[in-house]
Design a protein around this ligand. Structure first.
Ligand code: UGA
Length: 450
């Protein structure tokens, strides 16, 4: 029997998830065509550049995008659905599903329009694979829509394959996933996905085959669990504040129990970003529609604990400054929602900086990668080109995103720049002893006595 031609893959939506997925598919050896409705984004990706900062991604793009010296030439981009429909055997849908304005539910309009636009160009059998995070029930609805609109009818099949990549580790997580979950309705769909993921499967990535609703739920429940774990430790931080305990020690001690584990037990100003906050809210909204809202009422508490962290940080700062923020100078280290990312979406750090500014403090922010994005959404804050410049003349310094660069700061050098050697650690990753040695007053959230 002649060798079967390798599958040809398309990736629809080249944001953070899609750009990484497209480059990773090319790395796995496939010919890949990425689509975005934005011609500028396509032009950027063709130059081997990305609109966001993600370690290793630009290198991987340049390794595969056609036209770059020494590239494999396996990766191309387009704005044409017609071209995508003609080219692909397997089409990954990677568009985003943001929170709806003024509602908890997620906005499905990008997914819906991607499926509609693609379907009409499917003239031969194809597998359409959703990767976006969607409310449970979407895959079943979209499968029917696809078969109805596609010229090839039922031969245009849908599968759901949620994505678990983390910003900052996107390339690694995509090439070496800790699990591959597929919601499928046929043997053929399962086999095609096994073919797509043959390399990670050979490396030992577990492959979980399930139905549509379970595959959709896996994603939202995983993010809900992670959010719950963070809010749990942050609730303990509140109790530690009241009882003179130390939440960092507490997390260390309970983390040694491997049923609990130490990951995602870092207490601080809480979680943010484009995923956890909106995913738990969309999950609650969907459960409500399904008549199961009671099952998820705890997520409301998880959300409130998380949002309270930001207010606690503001209050701790006010206390440290003797009861008022008016006219004070505050140096803020960090703006992104986590290190190794330039993403400031729903960033706790930027939210705290903004609240302090709105309450009368003069706030100057420095972040290694997030300055441009922060300035775009909060132009009225002060921005400085380095940590030392951000804290110059400050009455208090706030550590709000745990970049490695901040752990390596020299307390003596910063001490020369500030007006008062006073540091508040909102991420519990700085070493109090180091700062106190240089005569800093050091206070960390959830560690009143540490
Ligand atoms: C999250 C999930 O971790 C991924 O598995 C998932 O694929 C992704 O969402 C998604 O839905 O696409 P991400 O948003 O990149 O990934 O960020 P995380 O690493 O989960 O961090 C989220 C937030 O929690 C950050 O603000 C971080 O600072 C905070 N966090 C994390 C804590 O406050 N404490 C911790 O112990 C861990």
């Amino acid at each position: 029997m002649a060798n079967k031609a390798p599958l040809r893959i398309t990736v629809i939506g080249t944001g953070y998830l899609g750009a990484t997925h497209a480059a990773a598919m090319a790395e796995l050896g496939f010919d890949v065509l990425g689509l975005d409705i934005s011609a500028e984004k396509v032009a950027l990706l063709e130059r081997g550049e990305t609109p966001m900062y993600e370690p290793g991604l630009e290198e991987l793009l340049r390794k595969h995008v056609a036209g770059h010296e020494g590239s494999s030439g396996r990766l191309r981009f387009t704005t044409s659905y017609e071209e995508v429909g003609e080219f692909g055997d397997v089409h990954f849908v990677c568009v985003n599903t943001p929170q709806k304005h003024g509602e908890y539910a997620c906005d499905m309009s990008y997914v819906d329009s991607a499926i509609d636009a693609l379907a009409v160009h499917l003239h031969r059998p194809a597998l359409v694979v959703g990767k976006s995070t969607v409310p449970v029930g979407s895959a079943a609805r979209l499968a029917a829509r696809l078969a109805e609109l596609a010229p090839v009818g039922e031969e245009a099949e849908l599968a759901w394959n949620p994505e678990f990549l983390r910003e900052g580790f996107a390339v690694q997580d995509t090439l070496h996933p800790d699990r591959i979950v597929v919601g499928v309705r046929s043997e053929r769909a399962e086999q095609q996905l096994r073919e797509v993921y043959a390399k990670p499967l050979a490396e030992g990535s577990p492959f979980v085959v399930t139905d549509f609703p379970t595959s959709e739920l896996v994603k939202t429940s995983a993010n809900s669990f992670l959010a719950t774990k963070i809010s749990f430790i942050n609730a303990m931080a509140e109790v530690c504040e009241a009882a003179d305990g130390d939440v960092a020690k507490l997390a260390e001690a309970i983390g040694y129990d491997d049923r609990i584990g130490k990951k995602f037990l870092r207490s601080g100003i809480g979680f943010g970003g484009g995923c956890l906050p909106k995913d738990i809210r969309a999950f609650m909204a969907r459960a409500g529609e399904l008549g199961a809202s009671e099952a998820l009422t705890f997520l409301r508490e998880v959300d409130s604990i998380n949002m309270r962290r930001r207010a606690h940080m503001v209050e701790l700062t006010r206390q440290a400054l003797g009861g008022t923020l008016l006219g004070t100078r505050i140096g803020v280290l960090g703006a992104t929602f986590k290190p190794d990312s330039d993403d400031v979406r729903d960033s706790p750090a930027l939210n705290v900086a903004g609240q302090l500014h709105l309450q009368g403090a003069q706030v100057t922010v420095y972040d290694p990668k997030g300055m441009e994005n922060a300035r775009a959404i909060f132009p009225t804050l002060g921005y400085a080109p380095s940590a030392v410049e951000a804290v110059r003349g400050a009455d208090v310094v706030l550590h709000l995103t745990e970049w490695r660069e901040f752990q390596q700061l020299d307390p003596a050098v910063l001490g020369e720049a500030v007006a008062v050697r006073r540091l508040l650690d909102g991420r519990n990753t700085l070493d109090p002893a180091l700062w106190r040695k240089e005569n800093w007053t050091f206070r960390a959230l959830g560690r009143p006595t540490a």
